[in-house]
Design a protein around this ligand. Sequence first.
Ligand code: SF4
Length: 128
Amino acid sequence: MNDLANPPKPERQRKPDWIRVKAPTSKGYGETRQLMRDLNLNTVCEEAACPNIGECWTKKHATVMILGDVCTRACAFCNVKTGMPRAVDPLEPEHVATAAAKMGLEHIVITSSTGTTCRTAGQGSSSR
Ligand code: SF4
């Protein structure tokens, strides 16, 4: 029989361990970060403030964001900064290839902001 004056309290469940990410402090993370700085590359990992960055960069996984780190749109859910795009780095394709080689990748994930807006400017860069 239920005691309506003293209903049972729901059991409080612990959050799963994976819900909290650790601060990125590993050697692999630092090496990936330095490589991106040395090659003047942007990544959506950083620009979008991805919470997986510590884990991915430790394993030398990164998503390169070509054609700059500025987006012409201002989507409320996105962390990429909004504004007018700056000039495209003509050496970016070579830098992306160098990064892939140094990270020992067999394939690399490349993205860019506002692909439709930048399509003309980026065709040469992304096809190289
Ligand atoms: S590779 Fe993808 S999941 Fe991993 S940190 Fe970058 S954006 Fe996030």
